[in-house]
Design a protein around this ligand. Structure first.
Ligand code: NAP
Length: 320
């Protein structure tokens, strides 16, 4: 019988498959492996999630001196591996939740499982302009809560006009000398209350009808080329950092039509639980959460998903 890559034969029915390997997926894997479920974690080609694109993480409890994002994720992974999680370092390509056991494919390889945890995360939308990728984590950030404290007494740009952009801008005023919100239109999409707060904050300014065409810098970001979309005028605006806050895309397309989602694609779970609309399928982390989006909250919901899966497996053991 062929090996499915997990050390077990391809007809084996695993107790649990975890899809995703950010803080949510790996915490689920740590808990599930310690509960002897021998989970298979399909960690993806870009294993580790958004923290792999972060430098210093200062707000993950337990690391008083801070820790590098990739190093933190390596610790998570080693901990899951220590207790018996089997990793598959490829992307899950297809799932079928209509039959039991559930079926998850990695290209031609099929994994059968009684329970499934979805921890596929979300991807911050990026501008896609020159310099942006190059300076990511060196002056370009997608998370003010994570990185704001590194930008004391400098002028910052925040890109976007929604609630996230204004929330990030207001948060950054705690550190920055000035925060300029660059928005591509003249009207904000953000809620009235957030607009009122931003307009009344003396540290927040606005550049209307404007987009960033290029991120400029040397070792780190020092300016942005900003274009007025009405007049076409181009200006080089000096800045110590650029926070891109134009929304996130939940990584849930693999489950479209199989799991209930909201209109943005965030997977729905029962209040106070990780249970999706399909019994035995649990979801956690940023693919569920468009509010907190923190490593520690993702890890928390990953723990919930594992405990939920464990209890569900136990309760349904006789019927499977
Ligand atoms: P959003 O509401 O979709 O806003 C995205 C913003 O980015 C929009 O202003 C959009 O401009 C702009 N944008 C999109 N693509 C762009 C591009 N390529 N270049 C320049 N600008 C671009 O996303 P969000 O602010 O992340 O909010 C997502 C959801 O979470 C919303 O429902 C929001 O209310 C909620 N949320 C709530 C809170 C809160 O209540 N405290 C905080 C954060 C988020 P246009 O306006 O021109 O489309």
């Amino acid at each position: 019988m062929a090996d499915d890559g997990s050390g077990r034969d391809s007809d084996a029915v695993h107790d649990l498959v975890v899809v995703g390997s950010g803080p949510a997926g790996l915490t689920a894997a740590v808990y599930a492996s310690r509960a002897n479920l021998r989970p298979v974690c399909i960690e993806g080609i870009g294993a580790g999630g958004q923290l792999m694109l972060t430098t210093d993480v200062e707000n993950y409890p337990g690391f008083p001196q801070g820790i590098l994002g990739p190093e933190l994720m390596a610790h998570f992974r080693a901990q899951a591996e220590r207790f018996g999680t089997v990793f598959v370092t490829e992307d899950a390509t297809r799932v079928d939740l209509s039959e039991r056991p559930f079926r998850t494919w990695v290209n031609e390889r099929l994994f059968l499982s009684r329970a499934l945890i979805v921890a596929t995360g979300a991807t911050p939308k990026m501008l896609g302009v020159p310099g942006e990728a190059e300076f990511l984590a060196r002056g370009v950030s997608t998370c003010a809560t994570c990185d704001g404290a590194f930008y004391r007494d400098v002028d910052l740009l925040v890109i976007g006009g929604g609630d996230s952009a204004l929330e990030e801008a207001l948060f950054l005023t705690r550190f920055a000398s000035k925060v300029t919100v660059v928005h591509r239109r003249k009207e904000l999409r953000a809620s009235k209350i957030m607009q009122d707060r931003a307009f009344s904050n003396p540290k927040v300014e606005f550049l209307w009808d404007a987009i960033v065409d290029e991120v400029l810098g040397e070792q780190t970001v020092n300016a942005a080329r900003v274009r007025n979309v009405i007049t076409g005028a181009v200006d080089v605006v000096a800045t110590g950092g650029i926070f891109v806050a134009i929304g996130h895309t939940p990584n849930s397309t693999l489950f479209t039509g199989q799991l209930e989602m909201d209109d943005q694609g965030y997977i729905g779970v029962a209040t106070g639980s990780s249970a999706t609309n399909v019994e035995g399928v649990f979801a956690c982390g940023d693919v569920v959460d468009h509010v907190y989006r923190q490593a520690v909250t993702a890890a928390g919901t990953g723990c919930m998903a594992s405990i939920d899966a464990e209890r569900w497996l136990e309760a349904s053991a006789t019927s499977l």
